[in-house]
Design a protein around this ligand. Sequence first.
Ligand SMILES: Cc1ncc(COP(=O)(O)O)c(C=O)c1O
Length: 388
Amino acid sequence: MSSSEPRIPLAEPLIGGNAEAYLLECLRTNFVSSVGPFVTRFEEAFAAAVGSRFAVACSSGTAAIHLAMRVLEVGPGDEVLVPSMTFVASVNPIAYVGATPVLVDSEDATYNMDPGLVVGELERRARLGIRQPKAIELVHLLGHPADLGAVLETAERHGVAVIEDASEALGAGYAIGTWAGRHVGSIGRVGCFSFNGNKLITTGGGGMLVTDDEAIARRARHLSTQARLPGAAYDHDDMGYNYRLTNVAAAMGLAQLEELPSLLGARVVNAAAYDGALGSMPWLRPAPRAQWAAPSFWLYTAALADDLVEREPDARRRVLEVLGGHAIEARPVWTPLHRTRLWSAAPRLGGNVAERIFAKAFSLPSSSSLSDLQRARVIAALREAAPA
Ligand SMILES: Cc1ncc(COP(=O)(O)O)c(C=O)c1O
């Protein structure tokens, strides 16, 4: 073990292509804030890339989700179904608008929210005449699409809006079935993306709200700019936010988006290398992938074999320590939010699948810049961490 080895981060940006030229253009033209041509160019290119009619650039993914709650008129007294296993930013905006998140358990097949629980809950409420949730927020975790079919159909039948939190899944979509060829985020009423530093493309910090509904797009843009009405006077017709992306960030986003195919390709190379290595480690396997899914491999995730976790409940911590000892940054999947101090009292649906996943799954270094040598170091460290 030697901590003098160069650090391999979990996910670092790879910024190239036109980024420098576009950023210089911002400086030369003095368009650095949220007024400037790159914001619109980035929005249009992004909408085309994911197959949505409209895109609204925001200062973060969290801001995009907050705007999604506002445009769908989620408010006090409402409930939103959302997975318990996700980053906290999927859930906090539900509370920003005074609504209550209902934390739903995961499914083993994709690690995403269990669609059976969601469908069962909507049908149960319909049968008993209980008020339906105002929205369902699907999260496409770690680059693997959530199973949409039954959820979307049932939600539509009961008049419940579907929001997609695709923050972690730019580049992922559906390979087979009703949604074949479609990109995550473009299917529900509203989709949200994040461009923070560890995402597949980054703007330093930023996000995007996408929708096919022109009125929703217009209102989201309005709310993102303090709901200020046109004209010289400062008149406002709603309580808005300063959530607009800057021209500088959008310039970077456009350049990054142009590189998306190669950034995704590098992720596939990472996944193939890790898959190959895990083939000879019976104690560790790739996180499950549905055959209908086209994942982006944003964070390549592996899971300890169930019998190992039974024998050695703390095995995941031990493996991460071995990797850490070689300056390799690997990380457990998200702590189920019902296990966090913030959300432990939230209403829940389902059992302990998310907790079981949490005990065994972790993500490996997944940057698009990862070299053969770096992947080989990760794999060698995993072999060293094999159980006795
Ligand atoms: C699932 C999920 N939702 C929302 C966000 C929030 O995005 P941001 O950090 O851009 O606010 C992130 C990532 O950061 C995320 O992983």
